[in-house]
Design a protein around this ligand. Structure first.
Ligand code: MRU
Length: 345
């Protein structure tokens, strides 16, 4: 298993830097890169060197520390700091974990406004490391709660990558699978490709193979085939933002799987920390869906796969209707979508 943190703050010199796995290189290379400027953090999130809602949140928190370090000698420290926080927050719109982590850092600044920039930097680093450490503990709890739902010998489908690499460690949906496998090594996992970026093919299969958990790669369109055959009888995915009514945004294609799962009466679960639940919005209609570059759809292995001039549209996420979700697995337990308001308000 990826026992080490996939993203972390390294203390060195006066303050330190952020060290993260470059996820764009997986599965062919496992390499960590240093991020020591706001600009590099913005671009790492945007280009998906760091990806996955919880990992993006931690990256944002470390980005805030870097912002304060860049401004430490500036006369307008606080004002300019909040501008940099907004800039980091604009790197990707859908995963609420980013604005959640930046809000946590903004609260630290507000509380310590009267202190010197250097003291504020120390507080920001301390808070970001706290969030980093909590993430792994949260994921292990999600894993335990989720594992109790998995039938013996299940065929589990997961979509995209909600694993150690999408978090600081262990993963959310893959945390459930990891914990389930500890109890029952007869479970089998299906990972779908997750076009256009291929997180399922590249990252989920990589993580599971490293853990010796049996995984079969299928294409995105195959889920109904395997559900009908009875080979998939449990689905768990992560989420990027869950509205207060339980509607859940996750990687494009998730809602198609949920619709198929419901048709075949297969339980469909979302595994996500409380920080992914956005109680400020009523439904999935309020979730901003990121539109990404058309070349992600058009170009495969450096070559176009379609004629020039064809229209392409590339929404990166979709929203799964709360009625299709059997339960949301959090670090506080498993809740039905309509229970979120009661539990988390
Ligand atoms: O575009 P990505 O790769 O950042 O999208 C990731 C997902 O959709 C994940 O399922 C989600 O962030 C949960 S990660 C624990």
């Amino acid at each position: 298993m990826l026992e080490e943190k996939t993203i972390e703050w390294v203390k060195e010199g006066e303050f330190g830097y952020c060290l993260t796995v470059d996820q764009t290189l997986i599965p062919f290379e496992y390499k960590k890169i240093k991020i020591n400027s706001v600009e590099d953090m913005y671009s790492a999130i945007k280009t998906m060197i760091v990806r996955g809602a919880p990992a993006i949140g931690i990256a944002g928190a470390h980005g805030c520390s870097l912002a304060a370090m860049e401004l430490k000698d500036d006369d307008n420290f606080i004002e300019k700091l909040f501008k940099k926080f907004d800039y980091i927050n604009s790197s990707r719109p859908t995963a609420v974990n980013l604005s959640w982590a930046i809000k946590s850092q903004s609260d630290i600044v507000e509380k310590n406004k009267d202190k010197s920039p250097r003291e504020i930097i120390d507080k920001l680093i301390e808070n970001a490391i706290r969030l980093e450490n909590e993430d792994i503990k949260i994921n292990k709890k999600i894993g335990e709660f989720g594992a109790s739902l998995v039938p013996k010998g299940a065929g589990i489908l997961t979509h995209c990558n909600a694993g150690a690499l999408a978090t600081v460690g262990y993963g959310t949906a893959l945390g459930v699978i990891r914990s389930a496998f500890k109890n029952d090594d007869t479970i089998k996992v299906f990972a779908d490709e997750t076009r256009p970026r291929g997180q399922g093919a590249k990252i989920t299969t990589y993580e599971l193979l490293r853990d010796n958990i049996p995984v079969t790669l299928i294409t995105d369109g195959m889920c109904s085939y395997f559900m009908k055959k009875g080979m998939i009888n449990f689905v768990v995915t992560g989420a990027d933002r869950i509205a207060s009514n339980g509607d859940s945004a996750n990687k494009i294609g998730t809602s198609t799987i949920a619709i198929a799962a419901n048709y075949y009466n297969i339980p469909f679960y979302i595994a996500a920390p409380k920080s992914t639940i956005d109680m400020s919005i009523n439904s999935g209609d309020d979730i901003v869906i990121e539109l990404r570059d058309e070349n992600e759809v058009k170009i495969v292995n450096g070559k176009p796969i379609c004629p020039d001039g064809v229209n392409i549209i590339n929404p990166s996420f979709d929203v799964t209707d709360n009625r299709l979700i059997k339960g949301i697995i959090t670090e506080y337990g498993v809740f039905k979508p309509d229970e979120l308001k009661k539990i988390f308000s």
